[in-house]
Design a protein around this ligand. Sequence first.
Ligand code: ATP
Length: 513
Amino acid sequence: MAKQQDKFKHVISHAKEYGYVFQSSEIYDGLSAVYDYAQNGVELKKNIREYWWKAMVQMNENIVGLDSAIFMHPTVWKASGHVDAFSDPLIDNKDSKKRYRADVLVEDYVLKLDTKIEKEVKKAAKRFGDAFNKSEFISTNPRVLGYKEKGDAILKRLGQSLEKEDLADVKALIEELEIACPLSGSRNWTDVKQFNLMFGTKLGASAETAMDLYLRPETAQGIFVNFLNVQKSGRMKIPFGIAQTGKAFRNEIVARQFIFRMREFEQMEMQFFIKPGTQKEWYEHWKEARMKWHLSLGMGEDNYRFYDHEKMAHYADAATDIEFRFPFGFKELEGIHSRTDFDLKAHEEHSGKKLQFFDHTENKSYVPYVLETSVGLDRMFLAVFSNSLQEEELENGTTRTVLKLPAVLAPTKAAILPLVKKDGLPEIARKIMDDLKWDFNVTYDEKDAVGRRYRRQDANGTPFCITVDHDTLNDDSVTIRHRDTMEQKRVKISELTTIIEQEVSMKTWLMKM
Ligand code: ATP
């Protein structure tokens, strides 16, 4: 646990030191759970967004994009169920006066059981060496089975209690598990209450006529209310999808995990409109497609898993999360929900407008069902950034900090380094940079010894360093160094664009899907 916390602290400090993420309004001591993306962060975020957009919109001829407004008519949130049901169960510790999400306290308890399982596996792997069979061990070892059974039973009960709105039982569960406040160590809890997460605001110039609005807590509703406009203007046929990325706002009860849980964040959502009755196959289709997208980034299959929901949101008939192994354990990265016709029907009722599709093959109109994929851009950022940050022991006994970002997402693709600041080398380096910058985000660095510059670029996540030396003057060649392998190769300047393109292009990476 301490190791995990150290790693997480390192992630946060590295993100700040290298210009990725800053606390919002830091000079005023910051604003809780709100963050700013700095010079490198904004590039990484943009690249993740584009990688998603290409995979979802550009590569699917039946998916189109949308950019709907953050402000929406207040009835939207009545229809969607957010006014009545978008809340989280909160609980206060009477001694520390700290507020927690009751469900997260229980989930964290189960996460500790998972960690115990991992420890057992590690111990056994060490004991049995090459003969170790992990899946057999997990399915037969009594201690592992015990932890697993206990965890499953707890999550099942939590899901059922939340489903039935039985908040007294959620509290009883916390008490039975003897969960203590991480701060005060006490088990002196208040009752569990529901807390609505939407931020209210006002639209209009005078206090008397101003209209009460909400900042949108998800981008999905902007898609639903535009369903018919897009379907008609784009002459879309079912099945088709509408994708959008954009800001969402939630007054989260507990927001202490850096950019994992923010009060202002960005979502990348796609709503896929389908014929009623086909939701099971589309659910399976999108589960698989979305997992493939994640895996294409090469961050390790072991770091992902599905978590099928016991407790469904009010609109869903099937739901799963793609969970990622964050520095604090497996947590939700993306949600995939079969939303039935809940949203479109609700908007039909509240607006009085028909939101239906006329199916020519069947000669009838129906309200389509919806399959949703919803991934947090900031959570993707944290997944990519935390997984990439590594401390490596080198052969010469030193260590290096390296940010092994997937090259396709790296903010800067190459750094151009003249070996020395004289003899015409800076001029050649600048010329190379001027050529490459048409195609890639590149940087120039001439300060310090070249070894230090390499280290700086490693820590910054730059996949390539291109060094101009005295031989360049005669043979038009440079040394290209790869961040991950530290391997160096002599190549012609004229080959640089092709070499870099091959490693960083979205095509190369998306083809792995
Ligand atoms: P959680 O259970 O972690 O609160 P959720 O199930 O409420 O998340 P959804 O409503 O399904 O989340 O939202 C879709 C995605 O948006 C999530 O998978 C997550 O990646 C992202 N997301 C949700 N809330 C936040 C937040 N407060 N900060 C950053 N990202 C978020």
